[in-house]
Design a protein around this ligand. Sequence first.
Ligand SMILES: Cc1cc2nc3c(=O)[nH]c(=O)nc-3n(C[C@H](O)[C@H](O)[C@H](O)COP(=O)(O)OP(=O)(O)OC[C@H]3O[C@@H](n4cnc5c(N)ncnc54)[C@H](O)[C@@H]3O)c2cc1C
Length: 455
Amino acid sequence: MPDFDAIIIGTGQAGPSLAFRLAGAGMKVAVVERHLVGGTCVNTGCTPTKALVASAYAARIARRAAEYGVMIGGDIAVDMRQVKARKDAIVAQSRSGLTAALKSAANITLYRGHARFASPQAVEIAGERLRAERIFINVGGRARVPSMPGIDYVPYLTNSSMMDVDFLPRHLIIVGGSYIGLEFGQMYRRFGSEVTIIEMAPRLVCHEDEDVSAAIKDIVEREGVSIRLDAECISLAKRGNDIVAKVDCTAGAPEVAGSHFLLAVGRRPNTDDLGLDKAGVRCDERGYIVVDDQLQTNVPGIWALGDCNGRGAFTHTAYNDFEIVAANLLDRDLRRVGDRITAYALYTDPPLGRLGMTLAEARHSGRRVLVGERPMTRVAHAVEKGETQGFMRILVDGDSKEILGASLLGTGCDEVVLTILDLMYAKAPRERAMHIHPTVSELLPTILGDLKPAI
Ligand SMILES: Cc1cc2nc3c(=O)[nH]c(=O)nc-3n(C[C@H](O)[C@H](O)[C@H](O)COP(=O)(O)OP(=O)(O)OC[C@H]3O[C@@H](n4cnc5c(N)ncnc54)[C@H](O)[C@@H]3O)c2cc1C
């Protein structure tokens, strides 16, 4: 039984970075991966979807070219094979770079296969048993397949199988009107598919403020995406070559027939076949590994990082988990999950950059809340770019003057939001920096200088 100082299960967004840090500190590290090195983000999540979003954006701008005085002439054709080939090349470069780095690193051994715990200090891979005093779980998650009537009888796509699509679906039906559904929905509409998004909740991205949901709905509907909300009872059936989704919505026909069907109703952690019982590691009722603020499980010597611990569902949260564990173990720096500020982006076009509290959450917190807002039609750089959809909102505590949160829906707002994030970490009450003109960010001091009480 080979002995290591550390075993890392999974090569998602925390595992490899942690492996390099531990190996660099002189530890002998085993890294185990059962499928594609790089995990979800690199292979079936962030990287490929944002590469596809970029192709869809190019198609959109090409169609709007005349608005900018650029005459292309004729119809804009999208070659889905080329779109996929471009995406595949970007993914392959990322994956092969990481694989090569893991294989060539001193003190790291990369094992290929499914890992299961055999005991709190041992892991089995294809009959081989590895032992270590420290084990780090970074197994991520996969698409959730809900138990809808008919789901076993219709072919469905997930974010993973969407990566193989090199053709244009005639009509893509998407169940799930949140981040993944919206990104694929707008993207395929821009490629040329008819798209219907079916959402069980009364609005899209229902964790966001109502006006943010409404603005996103308006943006995608204007591009021709059909939205069906309040779809409480969804059942599926095959009719000829079509997939039929029967929906019980407050508006619209009782069924939607399409050529392809994408499930985008959330994720579940890859903890069901990990032998966690053999190690005594505790999960919650949804299968997420229970961790403390420094990402240790209930079993000494076992940590869980990334999506599988339920403390985040993003690449940056998984990477931050690595930073927290490395800081605590190697740097005597007591970093904690509780110190991080909620931050994420939705990559529709325009994107939504989100931080901290929504307006609804801030109101419910009992604080005196001040709000600064600006529509993108009043942002010079957005006007110059011809991209004026959306609005920016920043929330401030009326007493402490600390920034509580931001919802920035507009061109470039996936980047703009980081300026506010840095202010929040610095606990700076106001922005005093001089910003560059013309940018979207230059309006942030103006918004912060014109705050009004939240009604
Ligand atoms: C369509 C889509 C788009 C996304 N876009 C974004 C985005 O734009 N920005 C963002 O921040 N996040 C995005 N995410 C989320 C992001 O991809 C994840 O949060 C991130 O990948 C989590 O990484 P992780 O480290 O938890 O594990 P993962 O990246 O899921 O990796 C886990 C790895 O563990 C391996 N593994 C699992 N079980 C075992 C086992 N028993 N033995 C060996 N290996 C095992 C898996 O094969 C996998 O390689 C997106 C997700 C999806 C699905």
